[in-house]
Ligand binder design. Sequence first.
Ligand code: CU
Length: 155
Amino acid sequence: MIIGDLTRADFKRDLPKAIADMCEYLNTLDLEGLELGRHDITEQVYMNVMSFDTAPADSKQAELHHKYIDVQVLISGKENIEYSVTYPTLSLYTEYNEEDDYRLTPEIECKSTLSLRPKMFVVFLPYEPHKPGCNVDNQSVNLKKLVVKVPVDLI
Ligand code: CU
């Protein structure tokens, strides 16, 4: 897991090259103006742009992936993301959905909480569970965010 802020001049420091290049590309875009939905960035890398209302963490499912890295960028609003960097007990998760590369669980073990502000990004590597879209201070707000899906083989 890596956390950063696209507005920092040195945001690429220590990032794997594939992720640094992609973040640099994101900085050339008008993120507020991006259309919702899927955008292909390269043959292998794409992003989903979405807008929704945050919800209480206990009403949401956490996810993890096997093959894709998530680079999640908050565009507007605010959002808590629960996560853990402890290796997950996979028997507590649903069967792997191979087509869409995810498995779900209601509650993350040994969790921590990250609060994202606009232009912050967080990178979740495979087998790092995360529960995005949670309320901050028990308040539901509308947010816009994007998630870039990068095959782990690229880094
Ligand atoms: Cu994810």
